[in-house]
Unconditional design. Sequence first.
Length: 211
Amino acid sequence: MTRPAEYTRQSIIKAAVTLFAEKGFEGSSVRDIVTKARVNQAAINYHFKGKDGLYLEVLKTAFEKLTENAGFDAEKLKSLSREEALRSFVYQQLRPLLFRDEMSRYIRMFAWESAHPSKVFRKFMATNSVSYLTAAVDLVRRFLPPNAQQRTALCAAIWLMGQCSIFVRNRELFAQEPFSITIDEPFVDELTELITRLAIGGLLQASESRG
């Protein structure tokens, strides 16, 4: 039997994950979270020491679930050719377009962070060396000159993730007029190929221009 305190804690986390996925960290207020979880604000302070603590806990859970259960394997990406690794990475980023499950919400949270990194996320990243962002940096470096600056690789990685996250964050919008995009598996496959080709072309062009 679940204890009342644990039930309250899980209710807060569940509500927070939903809102953070929909609106991002900055767009989700404590009031929204407590209303959705049907608890009072004191409960968030008691269990998580505030919104920042709650978000950090959610990020930790999301990271663990994504890396362990969503098929994300940074080492496997390294074993593929750079083109295949890039294609695999892009598909992983676009996966939420097909599903509305817990994993999808976690990935949407990271999609928000790829465009608008929060202070809590930056703190989280400082203590978690293996992530989608670091994997993206390693990946784009395979297309850049060996002497490319870290800042260049980082910007290229953020750009790459941004090409995917704009579709993930705006899935509902793109399904409506005037876009009317049918979000299904064939579309995600097509979008994966398109973003991959554009990314390869851009990265190789950047490499040549620096050569």
